[in-house]
Every structure is written in C-alpha cells, then in structure tokens.
Ligand binder design. Structure first.
Ligand SMILES: CCCCCCCCCC(=O)SCCNC(=O)CCNC(=O)[C@H](O)C(C)(C)COP(=O)(O)OP(=O)(O)OC[C@H]1O[C@@H](n2cnc3c(N)ncnc32)[C@H](O)[C@@H]1OP(=O)(O)O
Length: 169
C-alpha cells in the first residue's frame, strides 16, 4: 500500500504543540488534515478513543468541538497558503486562531465509529475566514459548524498573552 501524502500539520507545523493537532505534542490527538481529491474541501478522519465518551455510547460534544476547532483552523490556514500560491510549510509562515466556534449538534455521534470531518472556507474578508465544517459518522451527518478564524502573528500573540498574565499576576 502506498504511503499517504503528508498532512497539512506535518508540512506546516511539525513542531506544533497544540493538544488537538500538534505533531510534537507527546500525548495529544495528532489529528491530520488533507486537501480532498476534489481540491475544494479539507478532510480529516478520526476515531475517538473510549475515554471521550459523553452519554453512554455517544461521543462527548466538547471533544467533537475540539476536533472541529483544529480541523477548521487548518482549513483556514490551508486556504491562505493556496490564496498566496504557496505550499504549506513555505515561509513566511501562516497562523490563524479561533475567533468564533459555532457547532450545531444535529444527531447523536456514536462511539466506535471513524468520524470524517469535511471543511471548506465559505467567505474571507481581510484576516477573517468563515469555515463550514461537517462531521460525518459513516453516512450520518451528526454535526455542522460555522466558525470564524482570524489570521495572526502567532509569536506576537503568545508574547502578548504572556505579558498580560505577568501584568495581572
Ligand atoms: C501549530 C500551529 C497550529 C495550531 C493550531 C491550533 C488550533 C486551535 C485553535 C485555537 O484554539 S486558537 C485559541 C483560541 N483563540 C484565541 O485565543 C483567540 C483570542 N482572540 C484574540 O487574540 C484576538 O481577538 C484576535 C487575534 C483574534 C484578533 O485581535 P486583533 O487585534 O489581531 O485583530 P482585530 O481586533 O484588529 O480584528 C481583526 C479582524 O478580525 C475580526 N475579529 C477579531 N476577533 C474576532 C472574533 N473573536 N470573532 C470574529 N471576528 C473577529 C475583527 O472584527 C476584524 O475584522 P475586520 O477586518 O472585518 O474589521
């Protein structure tokens, strides 16, 4: 069997420490996002481990939000790279953060099933991207999300956050 192509995370942030998507997180989820063959969607497959059960037999909703957050953010970043005609991983680096995360839980999401997240950028204005994400459990659409991601200078963001904490401590 041929090796799958590298994921967006492997290409653009191999040193990432995000719990959901960081390649270098020691015990994180390590989700992987790829452009779909149609070139219009970014997809991710993930089977939630047993500890993320909510109601018996169902995936905990907050856990689904975590998957949607990371995957939608990578969809926004992939879109920015493409809009600039660049491959993920080329410099200067592109980073986005979540501005708004809006999920609609439409059907229960069963445990024990591989989930498929399918996302696209629906509209972009300046630094903001609106990302629509669907979560499928086999052929059942269980969750939809309509969220906003804002492009940032990540180094500046981290240092600002650290200095605010020092100021208020
Ligand atoms: C390894 C790399 C990959 C890691 C992936 C991690 C995936 C996980 C993603 C996350 O969990 S990120 C963490 C959760 N999010 C945050 O902590 C963000 C906190 N918010 C902020 O730091 C600031 O609000 C933000 C950087 C988003 C914006 O502040 P800025 O001062 O840079 O921007 P500004 O306020 O000038 O707004 C720029 C535009 O974005 C819009 N905007 C800002 N915040 C928004 C918001 N929250 N929702 C919607 N739109 C927002 C704002 O209206 C404006 O729109 P216009 O250009 O149309 O005028």
């Amino acid at each position: 069997m041929s090796k799958p192509p590298p994921a967006l995370q492997d290409l653009a942030a191999p040193e990432g420490v995000c719990y959901g998507c960081g390649c270098a997180h020691p015990s994180g989820l390590h989700i992987k996002s790829h452009w779909d063959a149609d070139g219009k969607h970014v997809v991710c497959t993930y089977r939630p481990p047993d500890q993320f059960t909510g109601w018996p037999g169902l995936v905990y909703g907050g856990f689904i939000a975590m998957l949607v957050d990371c995957h939608s953010n990578w969809t926004a970043m992939a879109h920015h790279y493409r809009a600039e005609g660049r491959e993920p991983g080329t410099l200067p680096r592109i980073d986005c953060v979540t501005g708004q995360l809006n999920l609609s839980y439409r059907k229960p999401t069963p445990m024990g099933v591989e989930l498929t997240l399918k996302a696209r950028v629906e509209g972009e204005v300046g630094r903001k991207s609106r990302v629509i994400c669907e979560v499928w459990a086999a052929d059942v659409l269980t969750v939809t999300a309509d969220s906003i991601f804002v492009r940032v200078d990540a180094a500046q963001l981290s240092s600002q956050a650290a200095s605010r904490v020092e100021t208020t401590a």
